[in-house]
Write a protein of this length. Structure first.
Length: 611
């Protein structure tokens, strides 16, 4: 009998204990857009609903705590309400008869003591504390912290120029990101609690497609300081953009014939038309940024010592333009090329001749998809992507994999490259691969292991290696730049500690990543370089954000951007993706929950229009 009565209590103790502990860890480790006051209220509500009602502390006390939390959240709490809440929770914790009461009370105590600033802010004004970690989810999860709800509201209001200017406050490449950004903001969109994430990139694309030419940006008075930037990719040009707006003279050194970095030489035209990229680069140069193309720094060009002598600060944004080897027999055979080289040639307008050839692409990331889809457009008879894991484990975006398949690419997953077979002339004849089976989970995803099957030969005449990119930083290391393997070692200000006045960011600092991360690094570096030079400039934008909508948000499907038919687009490098229609944009913008005003706290005007 005793066991029968204790078992439910033990079960409830485990459930509530796990819920409280999980809630605490989530608040502490992943507080993006999560209000600890509101989350505590929700937990107390769940516990109160589970109360058996036999003891007064749990039945009555948790109900009173819920009412107190409601008043605190709305800003209607009396003076001393937080202390009263803490005292009541302590009484319930020590006097409740079961886990339902004391675990819930314990969670309230943890929340009040760990997030008291949030409770006090709500009690005083009914709003959340304005910390970046407590901000709007889409803004916080965007590496550049672009004001997503702001430009969605402006786009819905038909103020496309203002929407683009608001984006450019934090990201000088609004068009490029509207076309190719991996949109991490959508992963944390709270609309997923209703149906599906807002198509944020689609709305941005609509804004940039309908905006007129960028307005002239006012720069601060000249400071007399000169900054050199090595690399005219997204990170380097972003840093140049903000430093120029702060009044510094900026010179960008680029070893290739044109600026743009991987935006030009790594992303094919069918995803990002080069005319759009040229317009954005021109708007950066219009601020007075001098871009010297064809001038290398490091091996075969100027030294870093030369730049330190002639400039007040240096920003290294050399990107990751080197090739990585697979490490298998035969990879030096004629017909084996790197994806970096192949896409660079495509970007330069001189793609290799793949006409009528069978092609194998080794890799499973976005670069592999770009290489495979480009090979189709270069006339290949067949294209296979060979990947040692499952399709579900590929690092490429789902839409890129789907696009490749629609282009006619065959995905050969669970195939680990073993060697490259050649003919008598040393030319590629086939890719030899070992079938795999999926095995134990390692580093967050299942690891492949060799299957008990014979290797297979995949006949081909070209093999494209897309397993990663190398950072060519040896010349800078020889001059004293500290590295972690090939990437530059920096401190929290993006400065290279071993050389005064030298900063680094982008792929060369964090290893190959995304465009938006490179942009975020450039923005952050510009702020710290400005401070290093003895200033503290503010970047602001003069736009008026429309008031939040008060109508109900009813469940509604997500509008997606369409694409040209596969049979039509395979033969050219023209843009594949259609933008949203006006009707789709307005419906999609109406799905936004306005988290900048509701649920996650409201941003102060000065906080969202300047940094």
């Amino acid at each position: 009998m005793t066991l029968a009565t204790e078992a439910p209590q033990d079960a409830m103790r485990n459930v509530l204990g796990g819920l409280c502990l999980g809630t605490t860890r989530r608040l502490e480790a992943n507080a993006r857009g999560t209000c600890p006051v509101d989350m505590t209220r929700a937990l107390v509500g769940v516990a109160h609903a589970q109360s058996c009602g036999k003891c007064t502390p749990c039945r009555i006390g948790l109900g009173q705590i819920s009412q107190m939390l409601e008043r605190i959240i709305d800003g209607r709490a009396e003076q001393g309400a937080i202390d009263a809440l803490e005292n009541l929770a302590e009484q319930i914790r020590i006097s409740s008869d079961c886990a339902v009461g004391y675990h819930a009370a314990e969670q309230v105590l943890r929340a009040v003591r760990g997030f008291r600033d949030d409770f006090e802010k709500h009690a005083a004004s009914g709003r959340c504390v304005m910390w970046s970690s407590q901000g709007v989810p889409c803004v916080v999860s965007c590496p550049a912290h672009v004001d997503v709800p702001g430009y969605i509201a402006l786009t819905a209001a038909g103020k496309y120029d203002d929407a683009v200017e608001l984006i450019r406050k934090d990201n000088p490449f609004p068009s490029a990101c509207a076309y190719v950004c991996e949109h991490p903001c959508e992963k944390t969109c709270r609309r997923t609690m209703v149906d599906d994430a807002v198509n944020i990139r689609g709305i941005k694309r609509y804004a940039v497609d309908h905006a007129t030419a960028p307005r002239r940006v006012e720069c601060a008075p000249a400071t007399g300081k000169r900054v050199a930037i090595v690399g005219a990719g997204p990170s380097g040009l972003t840093c140049a953009f903000y430093l120029a707006r702060m009044g510094h003279a900026v010179t960008v050194f680029e070893q290739r014939e044109k600026a743009g970095g991987m935006l030009r030489y790594g992303i094919p035209n069918y995803r990002l038309p080069k005319a759009i990229l040229d317009d954005e680069i021109s708007s950066i140069e219009a601020l007075g940024v001098e871009v010297r193309c064809g001038e290398a720094v490091g091996e075969g060009g100027k030294s870093m010592s030369d730049l330190r002598r002639d400039f007040d600060a240096v920003y290294l944004a050399i990107g990751a333009h080197g090739d990585k080897k697979v490490g298998i027999e035969g990879e030096d055979a004629s017909g084996v090329v790197s994806a970096v080289q192949m896409l660079r040639e495509v970007g330069e307008g001189s793609p290799a001749d793949f006409d009528g050839l069978d092609v194998c692409v080794i890799g499973g990331g976005n670069v592999a998809m770009d290489a495979a889809r480009s090979a189709v457009r270069m006339g290949a008879a067949s294209v296979r992507v060979v990947y040692r894991r499952r399709v579900a484990d590929m690092t490429a975006l789902a839409e890129e994999i789907e696009g490749a398949i629609a282009d006619g690419v065959e995905i050969c997953d669970l195939m680990a490259p073993l060697s490259i077979a050649t003919d008598e002339g040393g030319n590629v004849r086939a890719l030899v691969a070992q079938p795999q089976i999926i095995g134990p989970v390692k580093a967050g995803r299942p690891a492949p292991i060799a299957a008990d099957r014979e290797p297979v030969e995949l006949a081909c005449q070209r093999i494209v290696v897309a397993i990663g990119q190398d950072i060519l930083s040896d010349a800078f290391a020889e001059e004293g730049a500290q590295r972690d393997r090939k990437t530059f070692h920096v401190d929290e200000t993006r400065a290279v500690p071993s050389i005064d006045g030298v900063f680094a960011g982008g792929d060369a600092m964090r290893s190959p990543a995304t465009v938006i991360l490179a942009i975020a690094d450039g923005k952050e570096a510009a702020k710290h370089i400005d401070e290093y030079l003895g200033f503290h400039h503010t970047i602001a934008v003069d736009v008026e954000i429309p008031a939040a909508r008060l109508d109900d948000r009813v469940p509604c499907g997500r509008a997606v951007m369409g694409e040209r038919p596969g049979a039509e687009r395979r033969g050219d490098f023209e843009l594949v993706e259609y933008g949203l229609s006006d009707q789709e944009m307005r419906q999609e913008a109406a799905r936004c929950l306005n988290c900048d005003h509701f649920g996650c706290g409201i941003l102060h005007k000065e906080g969202r229009l300047a940094w």
